[in-house]
Design a protein around this ligand. Sequence first.
Ligand code: G3P
Length: 221
Amino acid sequence: MKIFLDSANLHSIKKYNDMGLIDGITTNPTLLSKEKEDPAALMREIVRIVKGPVSLEVVGTKTEEMVEEAHRLMKYGQNVVVKIPMMPDGLRAIRQLTQEGIPTNMTLVFSANQAILAAKAGAAYVSPFIGRLDDGGQDGTDLIKEIVQIFRNYHFNTEVLVASVRHPLHIIEAGKIGADIVTLPPDILARMIIHPLTDKGLAAFLEDWEKLKKENPNVGI
Ligand code: G3P
């Protein structure tokens, strides 16, 4: 399972990149709007820091605009993946960019039908939003299961990138289903690392080591 960071925050990206935990990055206009830096400069910097694929989203809604923005975004670096929203113009843009050899990620996917079309258009990644479906009372996990099964049945090369992750259980579910990638907000990745029993266990180990040292001041490792 690959882990992407769903963030445009440089501090978080550097922190988890240095820990070797990040296989790629996904951004979107909302994530960019949360940061103080100029969006174009920020996107360039993220692409420079991270070695894996970095999804950068277009904001045009017509095929021609999307393709033109994609060409500009591709100049940021070789690891750019152009993120395109699910809509007829978006499918057309993906078809055209795929023919040009530009990798794309179809975003805002909420049904297996949309995912099939994204794959047929040639998207390298498809991004179903698990959390937003859960928020609306629909089971987001069921959608991931459907897409993974359909893509396997037909040997589609498109990778399933689970987006809108809300909690660590979504990651377990995505892993059990066999989704290719989960993209995580930094706080969810942080929550994957910690466990109260780990903290309790470490405190006990260190306390016992201190006791041992008091009794035998010369011990060491
Ligand atoms: O990058 C797209 C996706 O992960 C958005 O998540 O939390 O805005 O539903 P969220």
